[in-house]
Design a protein around this ligand. Structure first.
Ligand code: NAD
Ligand code: LMR
Length: 342
């Protein structure tokens, strides 16, 4: 057994361990876009979960080999592969969690919004199938631009009459993972102890780390706040530039997405102490979607944690106001996209 490594001690005091032989629960997880840069390592990490009995992999290409390869790992879950429109329904039947990293990644010089034209349609089509086949599943959206693809998913689910705002999540865990790493490095803290909430959205200045709410409590100079905030906001671009045309973050993203899946499964399994940051339907600000810390339960979002948005520093308060117009525009762009469809 190895240590559970997705959750920092600040979030989850009791450490759990993996058991590769016996499943502890029997949840079914589907990954749409499973043969991609994120999909493959994410599938591997989920294959290691003792909470998963069935792992269903869907992609428009190359998924058979990924599933055959993965199926040889002697961990509890069974792996199934699906490809093409006709197999999407069977992939989604009975799943508890569906994770969507399908779509194109950025190249240097692009914003996440530059992906909208391609990824909006991909997400819309996949969510239609989710609505038809597993409307009760937790839906984790990774495909960018997350600020718009989550509102797109919500509108599609509404049109299908199955929207449950408690079960639709934009995956912003990578922002938290990055913030935890960078703060621990800067302040020489033990990584396992550090937990930084990141709120707003998932693009540029809409990514707002609340450094003043870091656990354990730690003091930052104004210069450190500025430097860390910009580093966290630009971390995705740093990877895009380093990969020089070969895509965006895949490994750290898979790690983050696997953590969010594991948290969701623990919540589904009755753990009453599961908290994550995620971009969800929200009433914490005037914006209809907003990332904040949430409490997860059996039915999805059990509570939005308002207290972390109170008592912000002047820097954070200004940054919060500054991000709202961009986030609002991205949300409206997503909603309009669905309503303009023939
Ligand atoms: P990739 O190109 O390596 O993989 C994408 C996969 O999606 C491919 O295998 C492709 O065949 C598949 N795909 C395309 N259309 C599909 C469809 N209609 N149905 C099923 N599968 C389909 O890209 P990647 O690096 O894995 O990134 C995927 C997405 O995740 C990008 O949009 C990227 O911007 C986003 N991303 C988000 C975060 C985040 O923090 N939320 C982090 C990193 C990347
Ligand atoms: C990230 O934050 O790494 C992702 O959103 C991918 C990207 O385009 O930066």
């Amino acid at each position: 057994a190895i240590q559970h490594s997705f959750v920092s001690r600040a979030q989850k005091p009791s450490q759990r361990s993996y058991n590769y032989v016996q499943p502890r629960a029997s949840y079914k997880v589907a990954i749409l876009g499973a043969a991609g840069g994120i999909g493959q390592p994410l599938a591997l990490l989920i294959k290691m979960s003792p909470l998963v009995s069935t792992l269903k992999l869907y992609d428009v290409a190359n998924v058979k080999g990924v599933a055959a390869d993965l199926s040889h790992c002697n961990t509890p879950s069974q792996v199934f592969d699906f490809t093409g429109d006709k197999e999407l329904a069977s992939c989604l039947k009975d799943v508890n969690v569906v994770v969507i990293p399908a779509g194109v990644p950025r190249k240097p010089g692009m914003t996440r919004d530059d992906l909208f034209n391609i990824n909006a349609s991909i997400v819309k089509d996949l969510i239609e199938a989710v609505a038809d086949n597993c409307p009760d599943a937790f839906i984790h959206i990774i495909s960018n631009p997350v600020n718009s693809t989550v509102p797109i998913a919500a509108e599609v689910l509404k049109q299908k009459g199955v929207y449950d705002p408690k079960k639709l999540f934009g995956v912003t865990t990578l922002d938290v993972v990055r913030a935890n790493t960078f703060v621990a490095q800067k302040k020489n803290l033990r990584l396992i102890d550090v937990d930084v909430p990141v709120v707003g959205g998932h693009a540029g200045i809409t990514i707002l780390p609340l450094l003043s709410k870091t656990k354990p409590s730690v003091a930052f100079t104004d210069e450190e706040v500025q430097e860390l905030t910009v580093k966290i906001q630009n971390a995705g671009t740093e990877v895009v530039e380093a990969k020089a045309g070969a895509g965006s973050a895949t490994l750290s993203m898979s790690y983050a997405a696997a953590r969010f899946v594991e948290s969701s499964l623990r919540a589904l399994d009755g753990d009453s102490d599961v908290y994550e940051c995620s971009y969800v339907q929200s009433n914490l600000t005037e914006l209809p979607f907003f990332a904040s810390r949430i409490k997860l339960g059996r039915n999805g979002v059990e509570a939005l944690i308002k207290s972390e948005l109170e008592g912000l520093t002047e820097y954070e308060q200004k940054a919060l106001e500054a991000l709202k117009p961009e986030l609002k525009a991205s949300i409206e762009k997503g909603i309009n996209f669905v309503h303009k469809q023939p």
